[in-house]
Write a protein that binds this ligand. Structure first.
Ligand SMILES: *Cc1c(COP(=O)(O)O)cnc(C)c1O
Length: 408
């Protein structure tokens, strides 16, 4: 069976994790701090805080900005549940909008229409690793008419004096938009290092800070760090220093710090990310596109334009003019040939929890169309050329069987 996206774990990973385990310090410490600095210099963020998941990082950012009951956060209907769930955790309302047809990302015109005086945050998601249109988003939140509508309730909201752009960059580390990397494109961006993501720490995430100069990134980093440790003013590592045992609790914070064991994996991953992992992923994407380009039924995903490059996280193939039933049939026939594929994503309004809250799929026709015809193909470091050809053959065979009743 060709799996969908197993992690890249080898002797180097094991060696660095062993060193961390035997170092005498296994929770947040020197490895996590080094990983943070390396992420910051890789993506050009001012400051980076590592946490134990992207979900926790997104929630930390929302809580730092003071998002609460009565507030609205605009996000795509086409995303993983984490994007909306963290808004619910804060007591606020996710306002879902439709997607683009070309790149699966949040539609900026739809965002514009969804803004109200209650809007505090826009959460774009770089679906599959393709950066959203951040210039358009910055223009939008800085538009005088939109700024005038903004009603701040907390000090941080007053200081920013506009809607915050919080990027769910769970897929897009290494993605590029106008020569800048993701992690440096929004006010705050959050990467995921979950096991299936491009760069993994088993579980983990990073909060990248790029707020305007009215804020000090150093200061926000300290605030977020405290928030990630139950509101405790000193972490365990600094408490070890002489005379430093006493601490205070300044709020009922979250508990979502990264361990040095996880950071040890991340340091290995990041060191070989740009020139090895991304090169490999791009080659897989290009091989798929070359193989499907001539097929009349194939809609090749957009992962590179003159001003944007994906991180090649998900290869989002669409089949033209098919129903959900046909798509599911194709998926079953691909699995029967020992190839694992996936669908990204079943939109949130189709999920029981959000359906029960009153979200209606009919309001998101593009997201629905994208979902109904989408099949994500395996992309991972150890996928060999032989495997790639097997995936291509499995997809072509399954589509021919379902669309044309041809048994190739
Ligand atoms: C994976 C993912 C997340 C959550 O990441 P975790 O690190 O598992 O919390 C958030 N948003 C999107 C779009 C994701 O794919």
């Amino acid at each position: 069976m060709i799996p969908f996206s197993p992690p890249r774990v080898d002797d180097k990973t094991v060696e660095e994790v062993s060193k961390a385990l035997l170092s005498g310090w296994i929770t947040t410490g020197p490895r996590t701090r080094e990983f943070e600095q390396r992420i910051a210099s890789y993506c050009g963020a001012e400051k980076v805080l590592c946490v134990n998941s992207a979900s926790a990082g997104l929630e930390l950012a929302l809580r730092w900005f003071g998002v609460q009951a009565g507030d609205e956060v605009i996000l795509p209907a086409y995303t993983y549940a984490a994007t909306a769930n963290v808004v619910i955790h804060c007591g606020a309302t996710p306002v879902m909008v439709d997607s683009n047809n070309d790149d699966f990302n949040i539609n900026i015109e739809a965002v514009k229409r969804a803004i109200t005086p209650k809007t505090k945050v826009i959460m774009p998601v770089d679906i599959g690793g393709m950066p959203c249109d951040y210039r358009a988003l910055h223009l939008l939140v800085n538009d005088p008419a939109v700024k005038q509508m903004f009603i701040p309730h907390t000090d941080n909201q007053r200081t920013l004096s506009r809607i915050m752009i919080l990027s769910d960059s769970a897929h897009s580390i290494g993605g590029v938009y106008h020569e800048k990397k993701t992690g440096s494109l929004a006010d705050i961006s959050v990467f995921s290092f979950h096991a299936v993501k491009n760069l993994t720490t088993a579980e983990g995430g990073a909060v990248c800070l790029n707020l305007p100069n009215v804020f000090s990134s150093e200061e926000i980093y300290k605030q977020l760090n405290i928030k990630s440790l139950h509101g405790q003013t000193k972490d365990a590592f600094s408490k070890m220093q002489i005379g430093n045992w006493e601490y205070d609790i300044v709020e009922a914070g979250q508990k979502c710090n990264m361990t040095d064991i996880a950071a040890a994996i991340g340091l290995v991953e990041l060191a070989r990310y740009e020139n090895d992992m991304l090169v490999k992923r791009k080659a897989i994407f290009d091989a798929y596109s070359a193989a499907f380009a001539q097929e009349p039924w194939a809609e090749i995903p957009l992962y590179s334009t003159s001003d944007r490059t994906s991180s090649y996280h998900l290869y989002l193939l669409r089949i033209k003019n098919i129903s959900i039933a046909q798509r599911n049939d194709i998926i079953n026939k691909i699995f029967q040939q020992d190839v694992a594929v996936n669908v990204h994503y079943k939109p949130l309004p189709l999920m029981t929890y959000y359906k029960n809250l009153g979200y209606n799929m009919n309001h998101y026709p593009v997201a629905y169309d994208n979902y109904s015809r989408e099949i994500s193909l395996p992309v991972y470091y150890n996928l060999s050329n032989k495997d790639i050809n097997m995936v291509i053959k499995a997809v072509k065979t399954a589509v021919n069987q379902v669309l044309y009743n041809i048994d190739a």
